[in-house]
Write a new protein. Structure first.
Length: 135
């Protein structure tokens, strides 16, 4: 199911079913951001896919603040509440100039990856949350 999200709105959801994708659509405008909060268990792997222009980035707030690469599995380091924010990746001074600009739409997908024998193979784990992928 797709849920529409406005800027500066927080969505709360749970990731319980492996390989089931939750999809949200929203936009970012000016200094605003969209926030997605979820409870996660240590060693869960979450795949986050962002369909957006290059001016948009994702930052995950939890035990550590981690910028996330698109389409990369993230290995949850600790039990707890996580807050993923979708926002402009430009300096705040430039963001303030964008306060009256048109909104930038995006789509984001969250998928809980089914566990395998080795939970760390191919997954990103803090603090090295932005590995280079092989081409």
């Amino acid at each position: 199911a797709t849920i529409k999200s406005l800027t500066n709105l927080t969505q709360h959801f749970t990731l319980q079913d492996p390989n089931k994708t939750l999809q949200y659509r929203g936009y970012v405008q000016g200094v605003g951001y969209s926030s997605y909060q979820f409870l996660a268990q240590q060693n869960q792997r979450v795949l986050i896919q962002l369909d957006a222009p290059d001016v948009i980035e994702m930052i995950l707030y939890g035990p550590q603040v981690v910028p996330l690469k698109n389409n990369t599995e993230y290995l949850i380091p600790d039990n707890g509440l996580y807050d993923l924010r979708v926002l402009y990746k430009i300096p705040i001074e430039e963001q303030q100039d964008r306060a009256v600009t048109d909104p930038v739409p995006y789509r984001i997908d969250f998928t809980l990856v089914a566990s395998t024998a080795s939970a760390t193979d191919g997954a990103t784990q803090a603090p090295n949350a932005a590995p280079q992928t092989a081409q």
